[in-house]
Write a protein that binds this ligand. Structure first.
Ligand SMILES: N[C@@H](CCC(=O)N[C@@H](CS)C(=O)NCC(=O)O)C(=O)O
Length: 201
């Protein structure tokens, strides 16, 4: 089965889907479609009226948003599920995933505020607010049991930390967060992570 992924090489949400696809052995079934999400006549809107990446176009329809793309991919392979179904495993994984995903969201919001607005409209209050969310959530995750294997929580955390390195290296998220830094070191070396390193469009 072949699928088409609306894609941007810098998007951490797209990277999350791609890392997931690599980990479940489906990366080769995905072809990329690129379009500038910021262009008013972006071709992405033909499949996803929200005009956002990622969106996965499949024989079962279009799946907008990284979580849904991952959930669909998880239903299409025969190995161990990366989104567990058994409640005792499922809820902690999804809770952790949501916090890591929120770090990505706040980082993207900050980058958009700085990079997509005329300078005179960039509001420091928004940047401070997003930074506060990132700091507090990193600290929360650093105090929680970190993922022990590869699942959607681990993948999303890896993409969140990789995106901070890519877009906010001056933020130095490792400072004072030894457990997160120790966790990220081997995870970032996985084939799936190395094959999907972000780059500026
Ligand atoms: N919750 C969505 C967020 C997707 C998202 O914000 N994608 C960004 C790129 S990183 C985008 O397409 N932005 C364009 C826009 O907001 O119009 C997900 O999990 O995929």
């Amino acid at each position: 089965m072949s699928m088409k992924l609306w894609y941007s090489p810098a998007s951490p949400f797209v990277r999350k889907v791609l890392v997931f696809a690599h980990e479940v052995g489906l990366a080769d079934s995905i072809e990329f479609a690129t379009g500038d999400v910021w262009s008013p006549d972006s071709p992405i809107t033909n499949d996803n009226p929200l005009g956002k990446v990622p969106a996965l176009v499949t024989p079962d329809g279009v799946f907008p948003g990284s979580y849904l793309c991952c959930e669909y991919l998880d239903s299409r392979h025969g190995g161990a599920r990366l989104i567990p179904s058994e409640p005792r495993e499922r809820w902690p994984v999804l809770q952790f995933h949501a916090f890591a995903d929120g770090i990505i969201e706040a980082t993207v919001a900050s980058i958009v505020e700085q990079g997509r607005r005329p300078k005179e409209f960039v509001y420091q209050g928004t940047l401070d607010r997003q930074k506060g969310k990132i700091v507090a959530t990193l600290d929360k995750l650093g105090s929680m049991p970190l993922p022990r294997g590869v699942d959607i929580a681990a993948i999303t955390l890896g993409c969140a930390l990789g995106y901070l390195d890519f877009r906010m290296p001056q933020f130095a998220w490792r400072d004072g967060r030894a457990s997160l830094a120790q966790w990220y070191e081997p995870f970032s070396q996985r084939k799936s992570m190395q094959a999907t390193l972000p780059r500026a469009p």
